[in-house]
Write a protein that binds this ligand. Sequence first.
Ligand code: OAK
Length: 838
Amino acid sequence: SHPLDLRLPTPGCFADPERAGLDADAVFDGMTEHLFFTLGKLAPTASNHDLYMALSYAVRDRLMTRYLASLEAIRARPHKTVAYLSAEFLIGPQLNSNLLNLGISKEIAEQALRRFRIESLDQILEVEEEPGLGNGGLGRLAACYMESLASLQVPAIGYGIRYEFGIFNQLIRDGWQVEVTDKWLKGGWPWELPQPEEACFVGFGGRTESYTDGKGNYRSRWIPSEHAIGIPHDVPVLGYRVNTCNRLRLWRADATESFDFYAFNIGDYYGAVEEKVGSETLSKVLYPNDGTDEGRRLRLKQQHFFVSCSLQDMLRSLGNRGIPIEEFPNHWTVQLNDTHPAIAVAELMRLLIDEHYLDWDTAWDITTRSVAYTNHTLLPEALEKWDLTRFASLLPRHLELIYEINRRFLQQVRLRYPGNDAIQRKLSIIDEDGGKAVRMANLATIAAHHVNGVAALHSDLLKRQLMPEFAEIWPEKFTNITNGVTPRRWVALANPALSRLLDEHVGPEWITNMELLTKLEERQHDTAFLEQWGATKLSVKRKLAGYIHRQTGVLVDPSSLFDVQVKRIHEYKRQHLNALQVITHYLRIKNGQANGMAPRTVIFGGKAAPGYYMAKLIIRFINGIAETINADPDMEGRLRVVFLPDYNVKLAEQIYPASDLSEQVSTAGKEASGTGNMKFAMNGALTIGTLDGANVEIRERVGPENFFLFGKTETEIMELQTKGYRPRQIVETLPELAEALRLIGLGHFSNGDGELFRPLLDNLTGFDPFFVLADFADYLRAQDEVNQAWTNRKQWNRMSLLNTARTGFFSSDRSIQDYCQTIWKAEPFPVEITCDVP
Ligand code: OAK
């Protein structure tokens, strides 16, 4: 019905710099130009992917004025900039986010798309590949923070690695997870701007030597045996309806010489390519471990690679602007996202002392006034430790500097705790118990001006359990910044239906001021409004039901209770506790004891680290349960179980808005914060959860009557642990649990194979390291409460509304304001557009 428009493009310019070509004609013109000139395609034969690329380039063009104006503003008028160092940035799809933040509505985009015979924007968004440059919570947090920094107009740069292969794609085959490499770059990725002229050199290996400089000073220098080049690939990060467009600078490793010509000339062709291949593996692949430290040499190399490039980049920018190096802390505030970039402490010292010839005290003063450290886990297996020999062979000069930092620090400790060797051993950067190792958390803590945890409980445990001595030495260093998530992606983009409702009843300002959502409370007794609230949720659940059917073949009833657990698979997150609950539900239906149990759809999603056997078995377990239950005619209309493969940001955007119940069931004291819990609550899901991480604060804010609490507290867990925990005794007192375990052992969920889940059963009844059985009975009790509440739909909708109304605190805008005030001392810096560059 729409005539195909094949106009030959003319290079576009912004007719109206105020609107900067944001109308449908301009978007259409931009797309036409890019199809033709950039992609070499004609409109009639363009695929959806071609159109995605063309629209993305057209949108990217429209970011450029703001991007260049933001860079120019900071160049012309120095202002403190946040440097967020993170080995992971899980940024998700870019097109829709940039459309929203630019102010190009869906209607405008669709007007332009219709001229290419595309009816809906969703068809185009569907083909976008997301860069999976992170594992989970830590990487996604970094992405939310970059978006909020830009939206709050705070100058910031994210520094990380441009992995060629991000987190693997997950397939499910015969119920097992299968990993497939993620080729996010294969179709071309339109959001990055390579800047080869700003490349940096990084050294590795070799040795150090001492020498005497011209002034007779005794100095040390590093002679690396190997080098790599880091090439920045910049991704613009536009704030919501502001001119600030910051950047995410991701380093790609390149060989110093693309060929060793000498080796080539003597006929060693393979040898010549080897070094090139060696350097390029540096940014080849993301380590797929979430919260387990693998301690591999290449990983330390990756860390040093991106940290060194980033610090050189910061120093260079001061140099370019003629700012003295001593001013570093006034221009940069360097945030370490966990210890992955903690080598920055030694590298900054090395750059200042060895390359800029500063003395120790000046260098240490600059470093400690610039660097702050965020801790994201207390799990001992996640605390990074590098084998000393390996560290010495890769970074010999850094080790010397670390020894000196340690020597000076331990001297302080000796003065404070004379004769207390135990404290010295515990606080030393060098672990001397067993194989010698470098403790990155100690290095980061000693150098940082602030150390923060990511939720109130976590920050408290960090001080009291993980680092009590450090906290005693430097009480003012330790602080809490509760995590947050960006409402632009997690409400406005993910949940347009809810957003329209919020726009109508709160006003569109909620999107940058989530506290305004409390205005919804006025509606909590308005029956018509509550019905509309429920109907909105139902409409979103219908969409997810369609997706579930297409992906898994399972038909689910959108009016059933959507009970959802999506996150990395980990024993401490206890997906197996949830799975046991599902079996109990199944048995009650089977035994005719399910009167009053409302129909449920239990949805799981998440990846397991490829080497984490128990996590992979949990995935197999969930799929076994799903297969048995979904095939049983007695379960029809009452219970469905689905495991959605390949959980990622894009899928998450579909799931959170469609959820009724959020499963946050980690063992108390183990989940540092959680951020999925916040996304669920904002979108009106009720939480069933333990007193862990940010659940504690969510419950405080939404009110205990709007939260299904269960389980032992962190203190009770500790007591149980010291007292001696006997999970087998628990089984004896709980017949429903005993029956569930018996059936598993009989192979009821594994086609009669009684051995398949044996390791899981043995784990639970033997050690049960995460107290699954200890919390089981109370969990069932809370699930019954959920069922009761769901039965009174008006009451449920009211609770749901109050969850949305009262979770504004968990906006990452609030977290970023906290970081700016308490840690970074950074302020907004509005950008004026003075240039009318095309
Ligand atoms: C990953 C690797 C090493 C250390 C920590 C992590 C990690 O992802 N931690 C997670 O960080 C999130 C953001 O702060 C928290 O919400 C999660 O609770 C925590 O597990």
